[in-house]
Design a protein around this ligand. Structure first.
Ligand code: FES
Length: 155
């Protein structure tokens, strides 16, 4: 669980509470999710109630409580994207990958997440895969994009 690294991060912050987000970012990036053990450890080290840490983890879409796939697909569900057909984009992804939003494919490769505005509203509908932007999406574009990721993983 990287206790040593977490303690290092905590040491860098004078006000211990400020270390919470950097610690969560570190764990999320390294392990792809934040589990119970990590939350309990941080609660003890930072003197923050565990329920508050849970609140932070569940509030921010960049943190996950479940193991995620190699490729995390974040589909915007906010107004501009919704008006431009984000539902179709999401349905195409569900159909192509055979999973629902919030789920990971059985092979552990893809996770679909429905998120709020990605800041790409003028190019709606939009999604991100591992931080890479995909804009002005159509169902066909989404199928091609997923196909390219599937090929990438095979090579
Ligand atoms: S509403 Fe979808 S990116 Fe802003």
């Amino acid at each position: 669980m990287d206790r040593g690294k977490l303690k290092e991060i905590i040491k860098d912050y004078e006000g211990k509470r400020q270390a919470l987000l950097p610690c969560l970012h570190y764990i999320q990036k390294k392990h792809g999710y934040i589990n119970e053990k990590v939350m309990s450890f941080l609660a003890k080290e930072l003197g923050i109630p565990r329920v508050d840490i849970y609140g932070v983890v569940s509030f921010y879409s960049m943190f996950s409580l479940q193991p995620q796939g190699k490729y995390v697909i974040r589909v915007c569900a906010s107004l501009s994207c919704y008006l431009k057909g984000s539902n179709n984009i999401l349905n195409t992804l569900k159909e192509v990958l055979g999973i629902d939003a919030g789920e990971t494919t059985p092979d552990g490769k893809f996770t679909i997440e429905e998120v709020s505005c990605l800041g790409l509203c003028d190019k709606a509908p939009a999604m991100m895969i591992n931080g890479k932007d995909y804009i002005n999406l159509t169902s066909d574009k989404v199928k091609d994009i997923i196909e390219s990721y599937k090929k990438e993983k095979e090579s």
